[in-house]
Design a protein around this ligand. Structure first.
Ligand code: F0G
Length: 457
């Protein structure tokens, strides 16, 4: 008999989980104004809100923390981190920041000015926020396939070369750089193929432009290339990463995802002028250049995390768990963005709660129902998150309305995946009884989903 796939680690430290009753959860979610970000963590049984900063570190990472160098300038931990990043990406210049959006803030302060156009594949909301707050424009050039959740294509996160070329041919002088998000979080944790990265590079070269990778989940992206793209099955994950980054000029990184740490980020680039430009903003916003908002010990743990996660066993364990959950949903017939991506399941709420009008926010309604059902906390990546159009102030209903269930790295077991799937099935089975959604009673102008207050209809 062939031995089944199993985790590449064993567990040394555990943290108790708290279960609750349906009555308690009904009360708590009401007190939270039906916004799952407003729940306290001990009101949650299995937390799928995000995979950002929620992972478990390894014994090697904890050991590295003890060796962290907290020197204000010239920290040994910084140089250790810089060397690791250089080995994985080939980039010589590194600026640490306290998280991914801070990396965006520092780099974009140097590169993005009013009226600029930054094309890319489904810019993440903070990325878009840092572009739009500078009165510049984020133009989404993701392939159309990403919009059909039931379409089974291997690289649904790709940039559409024709759309990118159009932006550049019409507005080349306004484009400071192209940004490619690997994996494409907003489209469902979908990967970008090596072929596509090569095409983007060629278009960029044609117009004399530079390319930034938003790299939060670059190792997951590399794994999908290894698994799905011809010519990569005998390459190591580190070799694949090196090739991916060879097509970029620089990167912003949220280390809270594929860096396997709970806080941190960085900018890395091959260009001295970008480094010099970004440096000027790192010091006032983040801190001195050899810590940029991070503790020495956290940089030490990140160096180990990056090295560890770019090993096949680690990343394969991670992806297989997400695929395990997806297979359960297939069994139950629950529609999600197919094929499952790297860090989460994105349930297609419009298809599940198809009797609830867009104006009543189906994905948010599904998130509330799932929480009440079993204490599983997911996150709406849909019409609430999309905010209003800055000009018309109308809700943006043009995109997908998804319930994202993120899987934290090395935190839950497959038994927990079974619970998530069963809870979702129970909600799915009674979907026809859920006829009304929610309405917004209070919201902010930008990034309203964190603080929005809702009422159930
Ligand atoms: N880029 C991508 C693709 C992201 O997914 C995130 C964060 C960021 C940038 C910003 O990084 O949080 O370290 O400041 N995504 C989290 C999520 C918050 O839940 O998807 P950060």
């Amino acid at each position: 008999m062939e031995l089944p796939f199993a985790e590449s680690y064993k567990i040394k430290m555990v943290e108790p989980l708290r279960k609750s009753t349906r009555e308690e959860r009904e009360q708590w979610i009401k007190e939270a104004d039906y916004n799952l970000f407003q729940l306290k963590s001990d009101q949650v049984y299995i937390d799928c809100l995000t995979d950002s900063g929620t992972g478990a570190m390894s014994d090697r990472q904890w050991a590295a923390m003890m060796m962290g160098d907290e020197s204000y300038a010239g920290s040994a931990s910084f140089f250790q981190l810089k060397e690791t990043i250089n080995k994985i990406t080939g980039f010589d210049y590194v600026i640490p920041t306290h998280q991914g959006r801070a990396a965006e803030n520092v780099l974009f302060s140097h590169l993005v000015t009013a009226g600029a156009i930054v094309p890319g594949n489904s810019h993440f909301d903070t990325t878009k926020g840092h572009i739009e707050s500078r009165k510049a424009f984020a133009v989404d050039c993701t392939v159309d396939e990403a919009k059909d959740t039931q379409l089974e294509v291997p690289f649904k996160g790709n940039v559409d070369p024709a759309k990118l070329e159009k932006v550049l041919s019409e507005n080349a002088d306004k484009v400071p750089f192209i940004i490619v998000t690997i994996t494409n979080n907003t489209a469902g944790g979908q990967p970008v193929s090596m072929q596509n990265l090569r095409e983007v590079r060629a278009i960029a070269d044609k117009y004399g432009k530079r390319v930034v990778f938003d790299s939060a989940r670059f190792v997951e992206n590399a794994f999908f290339i290894y698994e799905r793209e011809e010519g990569y099955a005998d390459k190591t994950i580190k070799e694949i990463c090196k090739e991916m980054f060879s097509y970029a000029d620089g990167m912003t990184m949220s280390s809270k995802k594929d860096g396997l740490v709970n806080m941190g980020g960085f900018i890395a680039t091959r260009h001295e002028d970008w480094y010099e430009g970004a440096k000027r903003f790192c010091i006032p916003f983040e801190g001195f250049l050899t810590y940029g908002g991070m503790n020495g010990r956290d940089m030490a743990a990140l160096a180990v995390g990056l090295d560890e996660n770019t090993e096949l066993e680690t990343i394969e364990t991670r992806i297989r768990q997400v695929q395990y959950l997806a297979a359960k949903l297939d069994e139950y017939g629950i529609p999600y963005q197919r094929p499952v991506g790297g860090h989460a399941i994105f349930v297609d709420a419009d298809r599940v709660l198809d009797q609830i009008p867009k104006e009543e926010f189906p994905a948010q309604t599904l998130a509330i129902e799932l929480y009440i059902e079993a204490g599983v906390r997911g996150c709406e990546i849909g019409y609430i998150l999309a905010d209003r159009d800055p000009v018309t102030r109308e809700n943006r209903f043009g995109g997908l309305d998804l319930l994202r269930l993120c899987i934290a790295r090395r935190v839950y077991t497959n038994n927990h995946m079974d619970v998530i799937a069963a809870a979702l099935k129970n909600v799915y089975d009674r979907r026809h009884e859920i006829t009304r959604g929610v309405k917004i009673v209070w919201e902010t102008e930008l990034m309203r989903h964190f603080t929005v207050k809702l009422e159930r209809l």
